[in-house]
Design a protein around this ligand. Structure first.
Ligand code: NAD
Length: 484
């Protein structure tokens, strides 16, 4: 246990030290240095946060939306002022490059900007004279106390798929960050403190499973937004909904990228390596399964071998580094084990990123880009989310074979197609059973005013994060029929 820098929770506008007896160290994955310690907050602290948030709700939901969004305008300004410092913290605890950290933070800010439109976005509708002298209207009201549970791979962005919309709609909020990357939320809650929100509108409780279970079982918490691995997403969804809560739970992914023979080679070369190896493959939109059609096989394989072998790996804080470490030593071991599993199942290792050594970073958790070729589509490696810088290649003969392969997977987060044929693109867009589609780009990340969609085992729920879906999720509809 590390007692040097145990992070506080933020409850009722106060930074409070947790009564937790257990703490987990937080590491810089590039150096393995301890950079903090996170408390495993007990249920009693979730209860404090829920009670405080519940008290705050009384006045907050009565605050006009035009006034509520003033806090978001201030938050946007502060996020811009502290942009680089927060990006550095993301890189420090998560390992990704500074550019990648800036990218995720930019999307966080964009969500704040979109939520500033809540006075328009949360409007209902009405119809006069549904019968003589009788009018009917639908109004949206907040759901109550809501909570978000976040994964490690986007310490700054993912909470923003939910929090700005929730509070702008008049809800109060609890955040449970990933215990692996809790420092970024400390910084962001510092800014939330600065904008002067009323006591209890936003709260931060650190921890792991026990803390999450306390959120899921707490009767005062009415809605839960979860992002993480599929197994946990599914169980969180089950427990939250059995307990009568709204839930939106985003899970894992194994995202296919189809390359047709008529694809633009230069564009493919420029963007697919970024999809596969950006954020060290620890991105739920990472392209992890490349499906080449016909003669795309040779040129695409050559492009990817070069890209994998030449990517500059190191500490994400260094400006020339193109790929940082993976998050933990366990993650490195798991990824390397899956590469071996692929080989055992018959795949050819074209580029092997195991046993990586980075000069000056002997203790960092590095895995270099890896290419596995000629997978059997039914093998385990072709279906398991590796969540590391590993691209697997499968070769088929027709676009129909490729789309059938995409649709045979359990996940449905993202799929991309590279082609110069509009007809092929349209066919793919129409037929793919996938929530986020990319055409001639490798990371189809929806902007804040679109839902972060995801289908099949990549999502449990109905309404997604971001944009109008978030407004729907964080409000309940009331229908009023009036005669005067
Ligand atoms: P994870 O499932 O291990 O953890 C996510 C959160 O759940 C953390 O806050 C963690 O403390 C908590 N948690 C872990 N185990 C739990 C349990 N048994 N019961 C209750 N809570 C538990 O995920 P991770 O490793 O932090 O993140 C990586 C995963 O997230 C990948 O699978 C990735 O694809 C997925 N992800 C999905 C999206 C998406 O939009 N679909 C976005 C980002 C990440």
């Amino acid at each position: 246990m590390n007692t040097r820098n145990i992070l506080p929770n933020y409850i009722g506008n106060q930074w409070r030290h947790s009564s937790a007896l257990e703490h987990l160290d937080v590491y810089n994955p590039a150096t393995a240095e301890v950079i903090g310690a996170v408390p495993l907050s007990p249920a009693a602290e979730v209860d404090q946060a829920a009670q405080t948030a519940s008290k705050a709700l009384v006045e907050w939901r009565r605050t006009p939306p035009t006034e509520r969004v003033q806090f978001l305008f201030k938050l946007k300004i502060l996020l811009e002022e502290h942009f680089d410092a927060i990006a550095r913290t993301i890189t420090l605890e998560c390992g990704k490059t500074l550019d990648e950290s800036r990218g995720e933070l930019r999307r966080a800010v964009e969500n704040v900007e979109v939520a500033c439109g809540i006075p328009t976005l949360m409007q209902g509708y009405n119809l006069e004279d549904i019968a003589a002298g009788i009018d009917e209207m639908m109004i949206r009201q907040p759901v109550g106390v809501c909570a978000a549970i976040a994964p490690f791979n986007f310490p700054g962005m993912i909470v923003f798929w939910f929090l700005p919309y929730a509070i702008a709609c008049g809800n109060t909020f609890i955040v449970k960050p990933s215990e692996k990357v809790p420092l970024t939320m400390q910084k962001i809650f510092g800014l939330l403190e600065e904008i002067g929100l009323p006591e209890g509108v936003v709260n931060l409780v650190n921890g792991t499973k026990e803390t999450v279970d306390a959120i899921l079982d707490h009767p005062t918490i009415k809605a839960v937004s979860f992002v993480g691995s599929t197994a946990v997403a599914k169980s969180v969804y089950g427990r939250a909904t059995v307990n009568g809560k709204r839930a939106q739970c985003q899970g894992g992914a194994k995202n296919p990228i189809i390359v047709l023979p008529d694809a633009d080679m230069e564009l493919t070369q420029r963007t697919v390596p970024e999809s596969a190896f950006g954020c060290a493959g620890q991105r739920c939109l990472a392209g992890s399964l490349a499906i080449t059609v016909g003669e795309a096989r040779n040129w695409f394989t050559n492009i990817m071998v070069d890209a994998a072998a030449s990517r500059v790996v190191g500490n994400g804080l260094h400006p020339n580094v193109e790929m940082g470490p993976v998050i933990t030593p366990e993650s490195k071991t798991r990824i390397e084990g899956l590469i071996q599993k692929g080989a055992d199942e018959g795949a050819k290792i074209l580029v092997d990123g195991r046993n990586t050594e980075i000069s000056g970073y002997d203790n960092g958790y590095f895995v270099r880009p890896t290419l596995l070729d000629d997978l059997n589509p039914d093998s385990e490696i072709a279906q398991t989310e590796i969540f590391g810088p590993v691209l697997s290649l499968i070769h088929v003969n027709t676009i129909d074979d490729a789309i059938a392969l995409v649709n045979s997977r359990n996940y449905g987060n993202m799929a991309c197609l590279y082609t110069s044929s509009g007809a092929a693109a349209r066919k793919f867009r129409y037929e793919a059973e996938i929530g986020n589609i990319g055409i001639n780009l490798g990371v189809a990340a929806p902007m804040a005013f679109f839902p972060f969609s995801g289908w099949k085992d990549s999502f449990f729920g109905d309404l997604h994060g971001q944009g109008q879906d978030a407004v729907e999720f964080f409000t309940q509809k009331k229908v009023v029929v009036e005669r005067w």
